[in-house]
Design a binder for this molecule. Structure first.
Ligand code: SF4
Ligand code: SF4
Length: 128
């Protein structure tokens, strides 16, 4: 999704194109149509286009609001002793696939304990 959006106020004056320091804006005239083009890979997000646009037509969705976009949600694996989230199920699958070894779901704190000590913690219901 592009953060760069031009709204219906745009009249195609090309001020933004002429004032973009990164050559991230361009345009294409085709028959009776003019299309304004934006290249996300080139854009350095300086907002110069937004400042110079006489029509207040440029909107940086999310960019100006400084918000986080969710790009991926994964299932977590929890430490079987204390219940702390330790890694994702997909990472576990990747590591298991590469090493051929099952991983015990333990956080760094409880990885060093021997089996009897871990069992004692689980049975006592302690989360320490
Ligand atoms: S400067 Fe504004 S009005 Fe002019 S072409 Fe760019 S977005 Fe459209
Ligand atoms: S934010 Fe800066 S680099 Fe990106 S299109 Fe606008 S003027 Fe060009």
């Amino acid at each position: 999704m592009s953060y760069f959006v031009v709204n219906e106020n745009c009249n195609g004056c090309l001020s933004c194109v002429e004032n973009c320091p990164a050559n991230a804006l361009s345009f294409r005239d085709n028959g009776e149509k003019r299309t304004i083009l934006h290249n996300m890979a080139r854009c350095v997000r300086c907002a110069n286009c937004w400042r110079v646009c006489p029509q207040q037509a440029i909107e940086f969705q999310h960019f100006m609001e400084n918000q986080w976009d969710e790009v991926k949600t994964l299932n977590l694996v929890y430490c079987k002793v204390c219940g702390e989230p330790i890694y994702t199920a997909d990472l576990e699958e990747t590591i298991t696939g590469k090493t051929g070894r099952e991983i015990e779901a333990l956080c760094p704190k409880h990885r060093g304990l021997n089996f009897a000590a871990r069992q004692a913690l689980v049975l006592s219901g302690r989360r320490g």
